[in-house]
Design a protein around this ligand. Structure first.
Ligand code: UDP
Length: 360
């Protein structure tokens, strides 16, 4: 009987949040990369940053439609599990890889573990909401980051004995890779501590409509501090196809940066403006405010403390402008607030729960 546990991943946030689990599993981890993010800047650099070995298997599902990605992740991982059984499959979050791998585990009778289970935006227009709900329903062990997510699971009808509250592995990912010396990263972008904003965008609701994307870029350009904008390939493609390149002139647009660099920039900035999920959690460890530009959020734990949520439009300038006006007080207040995502032992707790599940 094999001892190995398949850790299935395919995108930047999955690599970041599963790295602490892979480290904790040690030799038992068999990492399978679906290839959903095939861009080196969204994948390989994160393996290197965490010192993870090359994935044991690559499935190359990338660059297709959502349906094809999910279907191919299911069939290819299903074939792999049939040929080389595993004791369990571990997935994380809400991507096409997550749900495809969950279906493959289910179809091969392999116990399924969902890390970061129970998040809900209650926004049915988001593919991620469907991905996470389906994955939760199929899972045999659900590692919920907070009590909020545990409650969501109970309200979805998931039995309490499948759920364990672990905290979020993003805390240890940040603690492990946040650079102590951040001067070089700031110098590279020609910015001073607390003298710039950091922005990231890639969600369809913000970048797939030309008018919305234009408003966001204009709002950022009008802010009184420079904005460093590591641009996701999806956003870059939209800017080009909508002919919005001129809007980038007043922003410091760069390619996506590595995790250490992104953490260094987050830790030293005045504020973050983003539609990312993981960034909302990271700021609670780094004690910086984030303006979430989205219709909804599945991370309500940080609203009213580290995060405010707005729709694309003049609220961006109004709120970030207000923060800039009282920055030292705001940073000092946030420094006193503990992260709702735990104290950095989520991976250890998750692996204890996995072992209990396998022993039971
Ligand atoms: N990130 C990064 N470099 C960048 C932009 C983001 O390392 O240029 C990291 C960020 O710290 C966070 C993760 O990527 O951990 C967020 O990824 P993304 O926004 O793609 O996914 P989400 O968290 O929204 O699912």
């Amino acid at each position: 009987m094999t001892n190995s546990i398949v850790v299935a991943l395919g995108t930047r946030p999955e690599i970041i949040k599963l790295a602490p689990i892979i480290a904790e599993l040690g030799d038992r981890a068999r990492v399978v990369h679906t290839g959903q993010h095939y861009d080196e800047k969204l994948s390989k650099v994160f393996f290197d940053a965490f010192g993870l070995p090359e994935p044991a298997y690559r499935l190359a599902i990338g660059g297709e439609t959502r349906a094809t990605q999910i279907g191919e992740a299911t069939s290819r991982l299903g074939e792999h599990l049939a040929a080389e059984p595993a004791r369990a499959v571990v997935v994380q979050g809400d991507t096409n890889t997550t749900v495809g791998a969950a279906l493959a585990a289910n179809a091969t009778g392999t116990p399924l573990v969902h890390i970061e289970a129970g998040l809900r935006s209650f926004d049915r227009a988001m593919p991620e909401e469907h991905n996470r709900i389906v994955t939760d329903v199929l899972s045999d062990l659900l590692c919920a980051p907070t009590e909020v997510s545990r409650k969501n699971l109970l309200e979805s009808g998931i039995p309490a004995d499948r759920i364990t509250v672990t905290g979020n592995t993003v805390v240890e990912a940040v603690e492990t890779l946040l650079p102590r010396d951040r001067d070089g990263f700031l110098a590279k972008h020609d910015v001073e501590p607390a003298g710039y904003l950091l922005a990231t965008f890639h969600r369809p609701e913000n970048v797939d409509d030309p008018a919305t994307l234009r408003v966001i870029l204009e709002e950022l350009a009008a802010l009184p501090l420079p904005t460093v904008l590591p641009m996701h390939p999806r956003t870059r493609a939209r800017v080009e196809s909508f002919g919005l390149g001129d809007q980038l002139a007043r922003l410091r647009v760069v390619e996506p940066v590595g995790f250490q660099e992104f953490l260094a920039l987050s830790a030293e900035c005045a504020a973050v403006v983003s539609d990312s999920g993981g960034v909302q959690e990271e700021v609670s460890v780094l004690k910086r405010p984030v303006l979430v530009v989205r219709r909804s959020t599945e991370r309500p734990e940080v609203l009213g403390t580290f995060a405010e949520r707005v729709l694309p439009g003049p609220d961006i300038g109004r709120i970030v402008g207000g923060w800039i006006d009282q920055l030292p007080e705001l940073h000092a207040r946030l420094a006193e607030i503990p992260s709702p995502y735990g104290s950095g032992d989520a991976a250890a707790r998750s692996v204890v729960a996995i072992d209990e599940m396998l022993a039971g």
